[in-house]
Ligand binder design. Structure first.
Ligand code: HAM
Length: 429
């Protein structure tokens, strides 16, 4: 039996939950302010959805998908093959079609927060199960919506105290100018073919954009000298991109133009962007990315629906928060701690715990501990504001000691009056 988490996966221990909670709170707040509603899609979906949407020669489809099969199941038919979702966008596009969201008020604005799965060689910042949050705006093609998405990325980074980030933007054109862009890239890379990695040599024929996105150092060096994509854009795409940048300038959203930026997923058109860390986090320094995907829903035979979106990797953000020693509030500390001495007192403590908690007061006790000293030590450790002590004498008298841990004073009250007294002390009355 193997008692370790599978390679590339992690337990999210209580000490890390506060980061998840913090990020989730920021995302929910921004979603609320900006009018995004939550969607959760299945953790597994049909494989064909991703093959078609993310692209047959993308890293994800070529080598990173986890197949889902029932034990003992015979080989499933091609169209019934299931995989663990490697990202959310394809599932959201599927849901848009399946639930007839075209008839909802447009644009439809959705956000998500959950785990995704990609097979890769695990290293810092690269996991096989990791969490993403993301935003999708479906049913609008105005360049202002691209800028709005990028500005949301900027606001989220600021709210998450990610001060060391830069947003890289580019445009990769549309269906009509893509062949020109591809030809220019192929022409350029053909001359350097000998230096490219084996994957890129192959991809150069099928999709030269992929070479720009290769993780191999030698390929990256050549890619950085490739002709800027925006020089080859059609007039429509050029105008669209110009307007996106004007909106960003107007809103004073800082960004860097990155003329060879492409994304590793095929569904993108026009604007694409990435949020990267200025200082190095190994090579996995992309915190988030996204862009426009005007063709995806039509590719799935849905209605013509231009869309734009983005997603961020949560573990990578947590890594940075830790590295930058950003102080995150711990989960709520108990207001009340109840200490008890003796069996009768323990019974009283249990019913008092129940009473306080049913009134919405956060209360704790150490029922498995019998020594008063160790219970009070725990109350201190938990940083409880008030400690209620019921000893043998208090059981006989029908009283309890209420000790204010902040002021160091204590008083004795009748047990029936404890709730009332606590409420007053907590300012609830
Ligand atoms: P992506 O760039 O593939 O885009 O992933 C988004 C983020 O997920 C990355 O920027 C990175 O932070 C994180 N990430 C990716 N792979 C790993 C990994 N192996 N381990 C840890 N974190 C990782 C998408 O997924 C698109 N669906 C984004 C989008 C939404 N485009 C439009 N709408």
């Amino acid at each position: 039996m193997n008692l370790q988490t599978p390679r590339g996966t992690k337990d999210i221990l209580p000490e890390d939950q506060k980061y998840f909670k913090f990020i989730q709170e920021v995302i929910e707040k921004q979603a609320g302010i900006n009018g995004y509603e939550k969607i959760e899609t299945p953790i597994f979906e049909y494989q064909s959805l991703f093959v078609k949407g993310v692209g047959e020669d993308s890293d994800i489809v070529e080598k990173e998908m986890y197949e889902v099969k029932r034990l003992g199941e015979e080989k499933p038919k091609e169209k019934e093959k299931l995989i663990l979702r490697p990202e959310y966008t394809a599932g959201v596009a599927r849901a848009y079609i399946e639930h007839g969201m075209k008839s909802w008020p447009q644009p439809v604005q959705l956000y998500y927060f959950g785990p995704v799965f990609r097979y890769s060689r695990p290293q810092r910042g690269r996991l096989r199960e990791f969490w993403q949050f993301g935003f999708e705006l479906l049913g609008a093609d105005d360049p202002a919506t691209d800028a709005w998405m990028i500005s949301l990325a900027y606001t989220i980074c600021k709210s998450l105290h990610l001060t060391d980030c830069v947003i890289l933007v580019n445009s990769i054109g549309c269906r009509s100018c893509r062949p020109t862009l591809k030809a220019a890239l192929k022409d350029f890379f053909d001359k350097k073919k000998a230096i490219l990695c084996e994957d890129c040599k192959r991809r150069l024929e099928s999709n030269p954009f992929r070479v720009l996105d290769c993780k191999n150092k030698a390929c990256q060096k050549i890619a950085s000298q490739a002709p800027p994509l925006i020089d080859q854009l059609c007039i429509k795409c050029k105008n669209h991109f110009k307007q996106v940048l004007e909106f960003l300038d107007e809103a004073e959203i800082p960004y860097d133009l990155e003329p060879t930026l492409v994304r590793g997923l095929d569904y993108y058109t026009k604007t694409c962007f990435e949020v990267v860390l200025k200082s190095d986090l190994g090579r996995q320094n992309t915190l988030g990315g996204g862009g426009r995907y005007d063709e995806l829903i039509r590719l799935y035979e849905g209605p013509n629906t231009p869309a734009v979106g983005m997603a961020f990797g949560i573990e990578r953000i947590i890594d940075i928060l830790k590295k930058q020693k950003v102080q995150i509030k711990k989960s709520e500390k108990p207001q009340i701690f109840i200490a008890q001495l003796g069996e009768e007192a323990k019974k009283k403590a249990v019913s008092l715990l129940d009473l306080l908690q049913s009134e919405g007061i956060s209360a704790r006790a150490a029922l498995a501990k019998s020594a008063l000293k160790s219970q009070l030590k725990m109350a201190n450790k938990l940083d409880a504001a008030i400690c209620i002590i019921i000893g043998q004498r208090e059981v006989v008298d029908g009283t309890a000691i209420i000790r204010d841990m902040r002021e160091g004073v204590q008083e004795v009250v009748e047990q029936e009056e404890v709730l009332d007294r606590i409420k007053r002390k907590l300012g609830m009355k």
